[in-house]
Design a binder for this molecule. Structure first.
Ligand SMILES: Cc1cc2nc3c(=O)[nH]c(=O)nc-3n(C[C@H](O)[C@H](O)[C@H](O)COP(=O)(O)OP(=O)(O)OC[C@H]3O[C@@H](n4cnc5c(N)ncnc54)[C@H](O)[C@@H]3O)c2cc1C
Length: 311
């Protein structure tokens, strides 16, 4: 399993690019379409999760805080646009943030629609459903070549075996662009760590509220069902595994310092697997190959949500 095994599982309709920025670039109708598709997908994922075993799905709130005073005005503009289109969100001033969440920030958008999930468990449950319905799952089987012709497609695996089929649906995550005539995205590295379980009292409202900020790269975090804090961020342009891996400890310390700057009395203990540096693109693709035609769907950050929305 690719990046689904590494995803921090924050399901948000608020993607990295503000709706107000998308509206300026592509028009309000298309901006709304993107945000609405992500919002709808959260409900669809909830329905899907309800029909499975425990996948740690939980409805959450999402607090998007201004990292500095200059970000307050753009965030207020963003909130106004979201409210205009019926998204349930409100403004929290610095006093409310301090009183309710215990940290200092000049303001924040509090969104009621968000969720968290364990994507690894969910993916395995989905595989189990496929098998239950008579499908077959071949893990650790890599396809090396793909040759479409008039009658179908021939796939060659790394062990030399060939498969003949009529259609191929490629959902190969960040590897997808290998199969495109030219790259459509740039890989980046993201870093995350998980703590030991913290008490409900320590977590307070964080237990049901995920957090992220307006600075780029941004800090983000959420709690897990067993009370651990999952913290990520400090993304960089690194795309060379050895160089990226060498920065793991430094990144762990940096992220820990950022969390401690928000809550100086919070005693967190970054636990194994420590920091997980992984490749991440700001877009991801779903390719559908039908004989000679390749359909490419590209989605932004809440990819799982978007892919389900278009599937
Ligand atoms: C550190 C990190 C944190 C993230 N956090 C979040 C988050 O909080 N919220 C969110 O919405 N998104 C998050 N994402 C993004 C999210 O993980 C991905 O968008 C999503 O998991 C992609 O799912 P996928 O099924 O498209 O691809 P993947 O889960 O990557 O699955 C692709 C599969 O294709 C297989 N494959 C690739 N090439 C071949 C081949 N040639 N032959 C056979 N099989 C092949 C891979 O082995 C893999 O099993 C995060 C990503 C990272 C890296």
């Amino acid at each position: 399993m690719g990046s689904s095994a590494a995803s921090t599982g924050l399901l948000q309709y608020e993607i990295d690019t503000h709706m107000s920025h998308l509206a300026k670039r592509y028009g309000e109708t298309d901006a709304l379409l993107a945000y609405q598709a992500c919002a709808d997908a959260i409900g669809e994922l909830e329905t899907l999760a309800a029909g499975m075993g425990d996948v740690d799905f939980e409805r959450q709130h999402s607090l998007y805080y201004a990292s500095n005073e200059e970000h307050v005005a753009p965030l207020k503009e963003e909130l106004a646009l979201r409210q205009k289109h019926g998204f349930e969100a409100e403004w929290l001033g610095s006093e409310a943030i301090l009183a309710e969440y215990g940290f200092a920030a000049p303001g924040a958008i509090l969104t009621k629609l968000a969720a968290s999930v364990d994507p690894y468990r969910m993916a395995y449950q989905l595989f189990a459903k496929v098998i239950e319905r008579g499908g077959e799952v071949y893990d650790r089987t890599q396809m090396e070549e793909m040759a479409p012709d008039e009658q179908g497609v021939t796939l060659t695996l790394t062990n030399g075996a060939t498969l003949r089929c009529q259609y191929v649906v490629m959902a190969t995550g960040y590897e997808s662009q290998t199969w495109l005539p030219k790259p459509v995205a740039v890989n980046r590295s993201s870093y995350a760590f998980i703590t030991d379980p913290l008490s409900l009292e320590t977590l307070g409202k964080l237990r049901h509220t995920m957090l992220w900020e307006s600075a780029r790269p941004y800090l983000y975090m959420r709690t897990t069902g067993d009370g651990r804090l999952l913290v990520g961020g400090d993304d960089d342009e690194n795309d060379i595994p050895a160089r990226r891996d060498a920065r793991v400890e430094e990144k762990a310390r940096g992220l820990t310092r950022k969390v401690e700057a928000l809550w100086p009395t919070l005693d967190i203990n970054p636990t194994f697997p420590g920091v997980a540096p992984l490749r991440k693109q700001k877009t991801a693709c779903l390719l559908v190959l039908t004989r000679r035609t390749v359909h490419v769907y590209i989605s932004p950050w809440p990819t799982v949500a978007m892919v389900l929305a278009i599937a």
